[in-house]
Write a protein that binds this ligand. Sequence first.
Ligand SMILES: NC(=O)c1ccc[n+]([C@@H]2O[C@H](COP(=O)([O-])OP(=O)(O)OC[C@H]3O[C@@H](n4cnc5c(N)ncnc54)[C@H](OP(=O)(O)O)[C@@H]3O)[C@@H](O)[C@H]2O)c1
Length: 251
Amino acid sequence: MSTAPWKTALLTGASSGLGRGLATWLAKRDVKVYAAARRLDQLEALRAEAGPNIVPLKLDVSDSDATFATVRRLDAECGGLDLVIANAGVGDDTRVKRLDWESTSRMVQVNVAGATATLCGALPGMVERKRGHLVGISSLAGLVALPSSSVYCATKAYLAMFLEGLRLDVERYGLSVTSIHPGFVKSEMTAKNKPEAMPFLLETDDAVERMGRAMLRRAKVYAFPWQLSSLIASAQALPRPLRTAVLRRLR
Ligand SMILES: NC(=O)c1ccc[n+]([C@@H]2O[C@H](COP(=O)([O-])OP(=O)(O)OC[C@H]3O[C@@H](n4cnc5c(N)ncnc54)[C@H](OP(=O)(O)O)[C@@H]3O)[C@@H](O)[C@H]2O)c1
């Protein structure tokens, strides 16, 4: 097993799915993982399974002020975070006929404000130490606008753009920034979807392994699986009227 270049990590959304898998993947490589989410019972179950490298941390990232303050405090208290992964995310349809403002607003609070606060909270310490790795879990949905998913796609496009810009600013201080764009992966989030609506669906462990390796090589951008990522790149290359016609058929 490859050894990890990080000693301490903060990972949001660690109570299920990709986050739980990534926490286990890091803990196995001897990284001390501050595993954050709202469901403390799930985080304690994770610690029982993955061992003492997991430190459960109850955190609701939709409170972005509290998230920023918590990450700053943690960074100071633990002697400096080496890796911060903004993974917590929520995804829902955007219904245009019967708009659910609560779920729409939650996507913005968690995926945009929460992820920004998580990563910004670690910035001052990392910049001062001239060391650190910032990772955001965006999505292939952040690279193309999909029907019934306008808000989710937009939140993930925001995160990708934020990371892209951040990289321009922090590389000079020796920091790394990785933007990860998964396709469909089995998790609580996708459990409600019909399998036929999720081409090239990946097992959670498979996706986690790919993401872990991308972080190890400090990839700047990692979009996977290549089959879906190439289809999206091809769709984006089409003239707009043709692209619109193709994408509308996905509804
Ligand atoms: N699965 C996919 O196909 C796929 C594809 C592309 C991108 N992604 C992205 O991957 C990330 C992980 O998703 P997943 O598929 O693993 O889904 P998941 O199993 O539903 O996990 C989502 C995680 O986010 C946490 N979370 C949600 N709201 C939160 C809040 N307000 N504060 C703190 N934590 C919160 C949840 O923990 P609590 O409920 O305990 O707080 C949970 O641990 C998300 O950003 C998602 O957008 C997933």
